[in-house]
Design a protein around this ligand. Structure first.
Ligand code: ZN
Length: 195
């Protein structure tokens, strides 16, 4: 009786450094190719091609899809900051806060809450765009910021409260924009939110 079958065997293809999501740091990796072999009496005799590949972190042994190599934490951070800035600017437009003074307030709020400098001209451009495009606040926020962590969402709401000075006497359309933002972020009303 001839015993035949197939089996898969990993083989190292390439090594390098990448940003490991589990380690949250730059680590060495192996790119591993999994080959399928035709076996005879349990001995691999004929290669049958690749059955897939993965990236293995040599520090934590975590394995990932090859796409992980193109992840750039600095670019991702900048993209998130841009999205937060655009979202808060849209909120300002909805709240009718569009003066240069309001632009400065938002700059300060983003610096206070996120520790990041954003330029006033970027906010002004966002504001012009927001006023032209008439994007509805709620759906935009839900779509753009739905993926933030609960802490991230709270931070966005807090930054918004700094711009409209929640707690003092604020006009109803500002309160309405704030409630829309809060609801779109899926957050409960704050205690200070009494108008
Ligand atoms: Zn790792």
């Amino acid at each position: 009786m001839i015993i035949f079958g197939t089996r898969t065997m990993p083989s190292k293809r390439q090594e390098g450094h990448f940003h490991c999501p589990r380690c949250s740091a730059k680590q060495p990796y192996n790119r591993v190719n999994v080959n399928r072999w035709f076996t005879l009496y349990f001995i691999p005799v004929i290669p049958m091609g690749s059955a897939g590949e993965y990236i293995e972190c040599l520090s934590c042994a975590g394995t990932y899809k090859p796409e992980v190599l193109s992840y750039n934490p600095d670019a991702a951070r900048q993209e998130t900051l841009d999205t937060i800035r655009r979202s808060l600017t849209l909120f300002m437009a909805a709240a009718g806060r569009t003066s240069m003074d309001d632009v400065r307030k938002l700059q300060e709020a983003i610096l206070d809450v996120f520790g990041e400098q954003v330029s006033g001209s970027a906010i002004s451009q966002d504001l012009q765009h927001a006023q032209r495009a008439q994007v509805p606040l709620g759906p935009y926020i839900a779509k753009q910021l739905g993926g933030l962590t609960p802490k991230g969402k709270e931070a966005v709401l807090y930054a918004a409260s700094l711009v409209v000075s929640i707690g003092g006497h604020i006009p109803s359309y500002e309160a309405q924009a704030y409630s829309q933002l809060r609801a779109a972020l899926g957050l409960a009303p704050l205690e200070v939110e009494e108008f």
